[in-house]
Every structure is written in structure tokens, then in C-alpha cells.
Design a protein around this ligand. Structure first.
Ligand SMILES: [Zn+2]
Length: 189
């Protein structure tokens, strides 16, 4: 079993959650896609696993490595302004084409159908989520947390369009404490 904490699913979009599957919320870097088993766990908890794929451990490890590479390519685009990794995204999407058909998933819910039954469908799912995230309308609602060292991306789905933090409990609170300290310091001078 894995010693990772529960994934941070604060992105309000499955593509943002996929990008946030490597982060350092308390200083130490964590990667929920570090191997096939943890990747599969992440997919399950994130609600992105409609069917458990027919794949052995080695295949899952390999697909997790490919998913990590793709995630880092998309992050380099978002974080550093590198070109959109179109070729890598399209190659991953093409590995498991989505059909305009529905199936009933393991959880009983109705899902769009993916033609691949093997590990490829995992890669295609996160590739599709990240591709959707990059191509959303209103790109100004796609933001990175304003916490000075925070790397988390999210989609602002609030009515007021003023979300600034990955979560109020983590970065929002830190900022409040810092602002309070600054105010107290000013008052003391
Ligand atoms: Zn944050």
C-alpha cells in the first residue's frame, strides 16, 4: 500500500487535479503518480477510473511514467510559458480513442466509452482531462494559487470570479496570518 496522503483534489476541474498530482503542499514534494499502483489509486480517488484496466504491474508502471512525462510537459507550458506540448498530448489521446457511446461504469454511473481496455485508457483519460483544461473558454478563470511557493492550479468556478487560493485552509490562511503579522508590526512601530 501507499504511504501518500489523500490527493489534493482542489482544482475544480479534472485536468487541474491531474496537474496537481505532483505538489509540495507542506514543503516536501509528493507524486501520486510515482508508480502504477499509486497512479491507479489516484485515478480511483479522483473519480477518473470508470473501469479497472486489464494490465499487469509492469504495464501500469510504464503507463504511470508516460503520464508523469505528459503532466510535466503540460506543467512546463503552464508554469514557464513553453509551447503547448501538442504532439505529446495528441499522441496520448490517439492511444485510446473515445467513442460516442455510453457504458455503465463499475460505480454504476453512466460514462462515455473509451475503446481501449488496457492501461492505455488511463493515459488517455488524464491526457483528455489535461487537454480539456488547456482548451476551456474564459482562460482568465484558469489560475495558479497565489501562495508564494504554492504550485497548485485550479479553475475558478465561483460566481464572483475572485478565487485566489488552492484552499482557504492552507494558503488562504497563511496569507491571512502573514497580513495580520504585518499589520501588528506596523502598529508597533
Ligand atoms: Zn496554495
Amino acid at each position: 500500500m501507499t504511504d501518500l496522503p489523500s490527493p489534493f483534489l482542489i482544482g475544480d476541474h479534472p485536468g487541474a487535479d491531474a496537474l496537481n498530482s505532483r505538489c509540495a503542499p507542506s514543503g516536501e514534494w509528493l507524486d501520486w503518480w510515482r508508480d502504477g499502483a499509486s497512479f491507479l489509486d489516484w485515478m480511483r480517488v479522483a473519480g477518473r477510473l470508470d473501469r479497472v484496466p486489464v494490465a499487469d504491474q509492469a504495464m501500469l508502471d510504464e503507463i504511470a511514467a508516460e503520464a508523469r512525462d505528459l503532466r510535466e510537459a503540460v506543467r512546463t507550458h503552464l508554469d514557464e510559458g513553453a509551447p503547448v506540448p501538442l504532439q505529446a498530448l495528441n499522441a496520448a489521446l490517439a492511444r485510446a480513442p473515445w467513442a460516442d457511446q455510453l457504458l455503465i461504469g463499475d460505480d454504476g454511473g453512466v460514462k462515455p466509452a473509451c475503446l481501449a481496455s488496457g492501461a492505455d485508457r488511463l493515459l488517455a483519460t488524464v491526457a483528455r482531462d489535461m487537454a480539456n483544461f488547456l482548451s476551456l473558454d474564459n482562460p482568465e478563470r484558469t489560475r495558479q494559487c497565489q501562495g508564494p511557493t504554492c504550485t497548485l492550479w485550479f479553475r475558478d468556478t465561483s460566481r464572483t470570479n475572485r478565487r485566489r487560493w488552492c484552499s482557504m485552509a492552507v494558503c488562504g490562511n497563511r496569507a491571512k496570518v502573514a497580513a495580520h503579522r504585518a499589520r501588528t508590526r506596523d502598529a508597533e512601530v
